[in-house]
Design a protein around this ligand. Structure first.
Ligand code: CO
Length: 134
């Protein structure tokens, strides 16, 4: 059911420092910082040949990654995003298998303008999973 790894999201305490590290130390193609107020994050996209890394920093008091950074002050992997062809079919299959879909189960438009859902990390070995319809 899942296809490509769309991105790995990493929450970082210092977005400029993390972006510089990926650009200068790792030699990656790093885009500009972009505020995404509706998701409560500022994002820097790192383009790799086979996937992306998204560096996330909290934006606003109610940012969903603020708590994560409080628990992981040095930053850490926040979620993995897998592509699916049909997000509602994927959701129904996951629910039938007993997985917990966060946020009421209705897909929301994610950071790339495509419908996404998040799955409970406790159901996936401690890893928050995002699925995105492509
Ligand atoms: Co994501």
């Amino acid at each position: 059911m899942i296809g490509r790894l769309n991105h790995v999201a990493i929450a970082v305490p210092d977005l400029a420092a993390a972006a510089a590290q990926y650009r200068d130390m790792l030699g990656a193609r790093v885009g500009p910082a972009r505020d995404e107020p509706e998701h409560g994050v500022t994002v820097v996209f790192v383009d790799l040949p086979n996937t992306k890394v998204e560096l996330l920093h909290p934006l606003g008091a109610t940012s969903p990654i603020r708590g994560f950074l409080e628990k992981n002050p040095g930053g850490g992997i926040h979620h993995l995003c897998f592509e699916v062809e049909d997000i509602r079919a994927a959701r129904d299959r996951l629910l039938a298998a007993g997985a917990r879909v966060l946020g009421g189960g209705e897909p929301k438009i994610g950071a790339h303008g495509k419908p996404v859902l998040f799955l409970h990390p406790k159901d996936f070995a401690g890893t928050l999973i995002e699925i995105e319809q492509v």
